[in-house]
Structure formats: C-alpha cells, structure tokens
Unconditional design. Sequence first.
Length: 195
Amino acid sequence: MWETYLSAVTDHPFAMAALQFAVLGTLGEFLSARIRTGSFGGLRSPVRLALKVLGWALLGVYIKGMFLVAAAGLRDLVAHGALPSFGSGEDLPLGPRLLQALCASALMNVMLGPSMVLLHRLWDNGVDRLLQAPPTGWRGIDQALGTLLWLWIPLHTFTFTQPREVRVGIAALLSLVLGVVMGWTGRRRPGTDGG
C-alpha cells in the first residue's frame, strides 16, 4: 500500500496534493467545528461541504507549489552564495539537514505563507457570502498570520527533513491535526457561553 501511495504522489503530484488536502483539510475543519461547538454546524449543507472540499483541494495544489518554490529557492540562494552550502543527499548529517530544513521552512512560510493564509480566508468569506451566511471577515487574521512564525515554521522544518514525495502528505495530515487542536482550544465550556 505504501508503494502505491509513493507511486501516486510521484506520478501525479498536484492531483494527489489536491486529494490529500480535500480529504484531510476538510476532515480537520469538520472535527474542529464538532469539538468546538458540539455540532457540525453549516458543514452539514451539501453545497457548503462541496465548496469547502474544493477550497481545500485548491489549497493543496497551492501548497504543493509553495513546497517546490521553497526548495528551488533555497537551492538558488545557496548557488548564489546568499546561504551556506548544506550539502546534499538523503544521508546528510542531522545538523546540516535540520538547518537546511529550517531555512526552507522559513523561506516558504515568511515569503509565501501570508498569501496562502489570505487566499484561504478570501475563499471562506466568498463561500459564506455565496451561501448568504454571515462571513467571518478578517476577524482573527492576525493570529492566523502569526501561526506562520511560531507554528508552521517549526512544523514544516520537520516536514522538510522528510523525503520530497511525502512532504505534502505530511502537511495535509498537519492540517487535520491543527483542526483538532483549534477545535479543542476554541471549544465552548459549560457556563462560559453567557447562558
């Protein structure tokens, strides 16, 4: 089964990125809503669900592109002497491999991450407007952007230490985990809802 997965992500990288994020990102959003409010809320609507799945799929394609651009950008920065050479190969010692992964993660999250966060929010607001629901607007966008520094740079440092073929799958799995964490930290506690 693992070989089938590796073959699929190698032969169809963008389609698999879309599929992985469509499934895991949407599931993370479902779980977040369920944990936070005790129900699936607006995600029970088939139209909203389809639009959320499409949004996560498009985000997966965008994130796959971000990983490729960050890896290529890091190589070019090293080639132009802007960063030291870390060496190459899967058997790179842990220290240089972590430093290389940290640089790639920082490059991706600082330079490309804000556009991804903004596009994700624009999509969610567009879905809300299309379905005539109150949009989230830009509430909390500063916290979402802040997660690029304190959460996603460390998590994607780990992701960049892994083989190229599985990086997007790990990122999709992390989106599921983040949904659960966000649901847990944002859940309604008895006696705190004003009732």
